[in-house]
Design a protein around this ligand. Structure first.
Ligand SMILES: Cc1ncc(COP(=O)(O)O)c(C=O)c1O
Length: 413
C-alpha cells in the first residue's frame, strides 16, 4: 500500500527545499563524521575515540561564573524578558573591549547590544542588510551562517578563497568589478575557523579602507579574538575609521568556556548596531538577565581567557610536534583552538582523493576524528579541545595519537 503523503510536504519554502524538503539523500560533512564515529565505535567498542573534531571547549565555565549565575537566577528582578537590554552586560562589555583590545570609548547605549551568541547575530544581521541581488563577500573555508541567511533573503555569496600562500587572508583585489558594485557586506573572521589564522593590523586597515572606498559594511566575527597565544588580541575596531564601516561580533563561548550559555554582543557602528537591535527585537526577547549579569561579572576577569589560551597553546605544541614527526607541515597558529594542516595524498600506499577521504580513514582505521575541508585545497582541521583530564592526560592523548600513527607512511605530493 502506498501511504498518502501529507499536504504539509507541499507547503515548505523553496529556501529549505520546498516540496522535496527532507527527501534529499545527500549527506552533509558533519553528519558523515558523526556516522563514521558511530560505526568506528561499534567496530571497536572498547576503543578510545580521540576527538579532534569538536569545535567547542572541553571544559565548563569557571566557578565564579557558575556561582554568579546561581545568585542572579535567584533574584526576582532578573526573571522577565530582557529584550535588547541589560545595562550591566553592555557596560561590562565596553570595559572588556577597552581592557583586552584597546578599543576605548564605545557608547554602551548606542554602540553595543547583546546577542544570544554570535551565531544568532549572524543569522539576524542579513535581515537588516540584504535585499534580493545584493552580494555578500565571504571567506572560504569558513563559518557559513551569515551567507546561508543572506541567500534566504535573495542575496548572493561571493567566495573569497583563503590560501596558505596569502596567510589565509582574502585577496580583496581579486573581486571582479561587477561583483563589487553589487556587494554590500564583507564578512571576516579572525582568528579564523577553520584555518586558525590571525589578521594583522595592516590587513584590518586595508579592509576598512577597501570597505569605505567601495561602500561596504564589514562584519568582523571575532568569536575567537580574545584567544591568542602571545601578544595582544586584535579588534578591527582598533583601526582608525573602523567604526565608520564595521561592527564586530564577540562571544562568551570560546573565550570563557561558555558555549551553552548563549551570550555575546554586537558592537561598533551605531547605525548598524541600531539596525541589528531593530531586527533582534522582532526575533528574540533577549537572553536571561541572570546569564547577562553572570557574564558581566565574568568579563571583569580576562585572566580566565589567559588560562584557557595557555592550555590550548600547550596542547598545540604537543600536537604540532607529533604531526611533524609524520611529515605534516603543522604550524602553530597564534590563536583559536584550530590546527589546520594540508591533508596527505596517501598513507602507506593508500591514495586519498580528498581531505574528506583522509578524515574518514583516520576515524575508521585509527579512531581519530578530524574535520576535513576541501573548499580551497585539501586540509584537515584538528581542534585541541580534545578531552583530557589534566596535563599528564594531554600528553598521554597526544602520545596515543603518535602510537596509532606509528608505521604509517604519509605522502604529501
Ligand atoms: C567562526 C565562528 N563564528 C561564530 C560561532 C558561533 O559562536 P557562538 O557560540 O557565539 O554562537 C562559531 C562557533 O563555532 C564560529 O566558529
Amino acid at each position: 500500500m502506498v501511504s498518502e503523503e501529507s499536504y504539509i510536504q507541499q507547503l515548505f519554502a523553496e529556501r529549505i527545499g520546498g516540496k522535496t524538503f527532507g527527501k534529499s539523500t545527500e549527506i552533509y560533512k558533519f553528519e558523515k563524521i558523526k556516522r563514521a564515529k558511530r560505526a568506528a565505535l561499534a567496530a571497536h567498542p572498547d576503543g578510545e575515540l580521540i576527538d579532534l573534531g569538536v569545535g567547542e571547549p572541553d571544559e565548563m565555565a569557571f566557578p565564579l561564573s557558575v556561582r554568579a549565575l546561581g545568585e542572579e537566577a535567584a533574584k526576582p528582578e532578573n526573571r522577565g524578558y530582557a529584550d535588547n537590554g541589560g545595562p550591566e552586560f553592555r557596560r561590562a562589555a565596553v570595559h572588556w573591549m577597552e581592557r583586552v583590545f584597546n578599543v576605548a570609548g564605545l557608547n554602551p547605549d548606542t554602540e553595543i547590544i547583546h546577542s544570544i551568541g554570535s551565531k544568532a547575530a549572524l543569522s539576524i544581521l542579513p535581515a537588516a542588510l540584504i535585499n534580493p541581488g545584493d552580494v555578500v563577500l565571504m571567506t572560504v573555508p569558513g563559518y557559513p551562517v551569515f551567507g546561508t541567511h543572506a541567500r534566504w533573503y535573495g542575496g548572493e555569496v561571493f567566495d573569497l578563497k583563503l590560501t596558505e600562500e596569502r596567510d589565509f587572508l582574502p585577496d580583496l583585489n581579486s573581486i571582479p568589478k561587477d561583483v563589487l558594485t553589487r556587494a554590500k557586506v564583507l564578512v571576516l573572521n579572525y582568528p579564523n575557523n577553520p584555518t586558525g589564522a590571525s589578521a594583522t593590523t595592516g590587513f584590518f586597515e586595508r579592509a576598512v579602507e577597501f570597505a569605505k572606498r567601495n561602500k561596504l559594511v564589514v562584519i568582523s566575527d571575532a568569536a575567537y579574538a580574545a584567544l591568542v597565544f602571545h601578544g595582544k588580541p586584535l579588534s578591527i575596531l582598533s583601526v582608525p575609521g573602523a567604526k565608520g564601516v564595521a561592527i564586530e561580533l564577540h562571544s562568551m563561548s570560546k573565550a570563557f568556556n561558555m558555549t551553552g550559555w548563549r551570550l555575546g554582543f554586537v558592537c561598533g557602528n551605531p547605525l548598524l548596531v541600531a539596525a541589528y537591535g531593530s531586527v533582534k527585537d522582532n526575533t528574540d526577547s533577549g537572553q536571561f538577565l541572570a546569564i547577562q549579569k553572570a557574564c558581566a561579572a565574568t568579563l571583569a576577569h580576562p585572566e580566565i581567557t589567559h588560562k584557557i589560551a595557555a592550555k590550548y597553546s600547550r596542547r598545540m605544541d604537543l600536537l604540532v610536534a607529533c604531526l611533524r614527526k609524520f611529515g605534516f607541515d603543522a604550524r602553530k597558529p597564534n590563536g583559536s583552538f584550530f590546527l589546520y594542516v594540508r591533508a596527505p595524498k596517501a598513507a602507506s600506499g593508500r591514495a586519498f582523493k580528498s581531505a574528506e577521504d583522509v578524515s574518514q580513514w583516520l576515524i575508521t582505521e585509527k579512531l581519530i576524528s578530524t574535520v576535513p575541508w576541501d573548499d580551497a585545497g585539501a586540509y584537515l582541521r584538528l581542534s585541541v579541545t580534545f578531552v583530557a583530564k589534566n596535563e599528564a592526560d594531554e600528553r598521554r592523548v597526544v602520545k596515543e595519537i603518535e602510537n596509532r600513527l606509528a608505521g604509517v607512511k604519509f605522502e604529501f605530493s
